[in-house]
Design a protein around this ligand. Structure first.
Ligand code: C2E
Ligand code: CA
Ligand code: CA
Length: 373
């Protein structure tokens, strides 16, 4: 990545960086230029993560230590130490005060192997750190899983699912990210890559669904960013489906309804995921004008697939049909599960019976952050 001078807008494009990073700051620690193996990411919450301050790139305790020592550093002198603040590998920080311009400091921040022992009581914070590290440092992967038409077996579209190194399911890290307010970063990165994928492959049969958290759909700034991404790429809008997951409770339903409408106004489809998993599902369906609904997989689990559960699915599917909402049944593992969906009049199915999520190695290769690197 080439050197980048950061003006007011530039700060917004500079997110938590990367492997090896070179940052110049003014006397207040404010970033004036950045270069190195960094990720450039236009994201509305970048300000919150990075601030305008190089010190925010460093874990809190170490930043204080750095602040204290900056001013005692003579021109041309440098300090170096290891910041073990992240679980997946700490950072080595080198700071040098410029000789010719003593009000400028240069930071070199590079990845170091983490040799620290991790104590259990901070596990949630550490998961949050790992999440940030993976998303911002390009260690995120994606798997795709087909969704088929139950009557014909033909693939309707694929769902893109986030994958973190060494984990089968992203659930632990996603829950930590929701708790620590970072989930919208993942949503942005996943939607951006999904759109890039669609734009790069004009085949109209390739349609992709991508998840965003209930957290993101309550935020106008994130919604604006997602709309800007959509507007910035050429692809047939009906090829993109945004699934709103119910893993995080929607508090501001009016704002969520507004954001759903804004996304739909761009021409993409919005679908309500995990229907029936939480008590609030009906409230969401009433308030949110969505194109599709995905029954939570729990409806088909052996413990639940009673007559009662099937009657509920059948009638909800009927109601969806009346409202013009398409429905998908999830976690379809057996022929018996498939028969339940057929019997309930549910048109689409997803599950191991049709294909497991498979890593899509090329998914992030078209993403602008990699192009910039
Ligand atoms: P989800 O959106 O309900 O995704 C479907 C989950 O069911 C996936 O779990 C998938 O691997 C799993 N699955 C698919 N077929 C079967 C089956 O036949 N049997 C069983 N037992 N499971 C099946 P995964 O990949 O572990 O993801 C878990 C959840 O994490 C997702 O649930 C979604 O809520 C969240 N998630 C995944 N990727 C993203 C993302 O990019 N952004 C956000 N915000 N959330 C994501
Ligand atoms: Ca989903
Ligand atoms: Ca689901």
């Amino acid at each position: 990545m080439s050197s980048m001078a950061l003006n007011e807008d530039g700060y917004r494009e500079f997110a938590f960086a990367a492997g090896d990073l070179f940052v110049s700051t003014d006397a207040y620690g404010r970033i004036t230029a950045a270069s190195g193996d960094a990720v450039l990411l236009h994201h509305p919450t970048a300000d919150r993560l990075v601030g305008r301050n190089a010190l925010d790139l460093i874990s809190e305790g170490e930043a204080q230590r750095l602040k204290d020592s900056l001013w005692s550093l003579g021109p041309g002198r440098r300090v170096a130490w290891d910041d073990p603040g992240s679980m997946e590998g700490g950072r080595r920080i080198v700071v040098q005060r410029c000789t010719s311009a003593p009000d400028t400091f240069n930071f070199t921040i590079s990845r170091i192997p983490n040799t620290m022992l991790i104590r259990g009581d901070r596990s949630e914070d550490l998961l949050g750190d790992r999440f940030r590290d993976a998303v911002m440092n390009g260690r995120l992967r994606a798997a795709r899983q087909p969704i088929v038409d139950v009557r014909t077996g033909v693939v309707s579209h694929y769902e893109m699912l986030a994958r973190f190194d060494g984990e089968d399911s992203p659930m632990g890290l996603i829950t930590a990210a929701e708790k620590s307010g970072q989930i919208s970063h993942l949503d942005y990165v996943m939607v951006r890559a999904t759109i890039a994928r669609l734009a790069a492959d004009p085949d109209p049969r390739l349609r992709l669904a991508v998840n965003i958290s209930g957290e993101s759909i309550q935020r106008m700034d994130i919604t604006d960013e997602l709309c800007a991404l959509i507007a910035g790429h050429e692809f047939r809008r009906s090829r993109l489906i945004i699934e709103v997951t119910e893993s995080s409770y929607i508090r501001d339903i009016e704002m969520a309804a507004h954001c759903v409408n804004r996304l739909r106004a761009t021409g993409v489809s919005v679908s309500l995921d995990d229907f029936g998993a939480g008590a609030a599902s009906f409230g969401y369906l009433r308030a949110l004008d969505v194109d599709g609904l995905k029954f939570d997989g729990g409806f088909l689990s052996p413990a639940n697939s009673s007559d009662r559960s099937v009657a509920l699915m059948r009638n909800i599917a009927r109601m969806c049909a009346e409202l013009g909402i398409s429905s998908v049944g999830e976690r379809v593992e057996t022929e018996a599960d498939l028969r339940v969906l057929l019997d309930c009049g549910i048109r689409y199915a997803q599950g191991y019976l049709f294909g497991r999520p498979a890593i899509d190695e090329a998914f992030f290769s078209r993403s602008p952050s990699r192009d910039a690197a």
